[in-house]
Write a protein that binds this ligand. Structure first.
Ligand code: ZN
Length: 124
């Protein structure tokens, strides 16, 4: 996990980062475990309020400051991770244990996303 703090040519604070991690999910077809690798990448600029957020160049995503005027980095990374995790995880067809004639439309109950805090522990 790499996070960089910078000030750009316009004098804006920029937080950029990249990271990769493995997440253990449950295959929604055969219900066996499935490990996927995620790569995340973000470029954000802190904004005090909506107005400031709208004034940002479009290549930055606005991030809201908390009540202390600070950025909560853990929350930030967590949000990026949640966005990166597929809602419905499945094996590649060649690696899936499910019988070929299984019904595709039916989903097991474990549709919940993994707890991001569990996921964070696995960050490389
Ligand atoms: Zn599977």
């Amino acid at each position: 996990m790499n996070v960089k703090f910078d000030v750009d040519d316009l004098g804006l604070n920029v937080i950029s980062g990249t990271g990769s991690l493995s997440v253990a999910l449950i295959c929604q077809r055969c219900t066996e475990s499935l490990v996927i690798d995620l790569d995340i990448e973000f470029t954000l600029s802190p904004a005090k309020n909506d107005e400031a957020a709208e004034a940002l160049p479009s290549y930055y995503d606005a991030i809201e400051l908390d009540e202390n005027g600070e950025v909560n980095l853990l929350e930030l990374v967590e949000e990026e991770l949640i966005l990166a995790i597929p809602l419905i995880a499945k094996h590649e067809p060649s690696q899936c244990q499910a019988p070929v004639d299984s019904v595709w439309g039916e989903l097991p109950e474990e549709l919940e996303k993994p707890n991001p805090f569990d996921v964070l522990k696995k960050i490389k």
